[in-house]
Write a protein that binds this ligand. Sequence first.
Ligand code: TXA
Ligand code: MG
Length: 309
Amino acid sequence: MDPRAAPSDVDRAAQAIRSGGLVILPTETVYGLAADAADPKAVAAVYAAKGRPSFNPLIAHVADLEMARRIARFDPRAEALAARFWPGPLTLVLPVADERAVCDLARAGLDTVAVRAPAHPLARALIAAAGRPLVAPSANRSGRPSPTTFADAVEETGGTAAAALDGGPCGVGLESTVVALLDQPRLLRPGAVTRAQIEAVVGPLAEADADARRSPGRLARHYAPSAPVRLDATSPQPGEAWLSFGPGGAGPWNLSPAGDLAEAAANLFAYLRAADRTHPSGIAVAPIPHEGLGEAINDRLKRAAGFVG
Ligand code: TXA
Ligand code: MG
């Protein structure tokens, strides 16, 4: 159990969930804004709190594979991925098995459901105490960077939550990888589990197709700070904040002085926010190698800069 939130806090938060309330919830990826996945009113409150277009469906967070199998149909590929990466930062999009456990609004009317078993002990404790799947989109307002600290989560949507659990800074710092297993395995969102790790289990991944229904979350401008973001910069212009990477990178926001992509992922959203708070004319970001976790980092950076991913 994380020392920052006590068992009694988890019980109170579970009570809030059962009463239809929203809860700020730490996960290993980013903070989420959680609600009972079966309760359309609670789910509507999540969309309202985020200012989120209601066609963008939510992830159902489960305690374990058993709970997951009650809401989604698992084929052997899904079983293999869950066995390898759960609990952890992988979301599977599967045919829905129980349309009531994850309500229509949470699925945006689709006959598929996104499901993930998070690894964070407080997330697991809350789902277990509530005894049901929880939707939990990232706790940011729509279009803003995902919060990776308790303070950032409370600043974004805390005013809408009946309870908030402090799990400290998120270890991973990037959202889960989203893989659809409807026809061929398809990468809908690069994330904390790398493409190579997934392909080692299910073989080559197809890209997200142009069909927006299949990949509704892939809006061009997303995860964006207020200041314009300039990518692949070699140095900052006067007035620009500077996000550097690797040995010798100057300034307070070196994503990883050691050039370590996991460290850069964990720092990315917090540094974008910190830089944005200084009201720079822009935010210049050093090139990030496009390997391993770098694919997900560059995906988020492209969206922060307003380019289609
Ligand atoms: O790491 C995470 O996944 C975080 C933490 C809090 O668990 N949650 C998160 O949720 O990032 P959210 O709602 O910000 O992103 C969910 C993504 C969106 O891109 C959405 O379009 C996609 O999952 N998604 C959800 N259900 C889907 C479905 N049935 N078909 C296709 N994409 C779906
Ligand atoms: Mg999000």
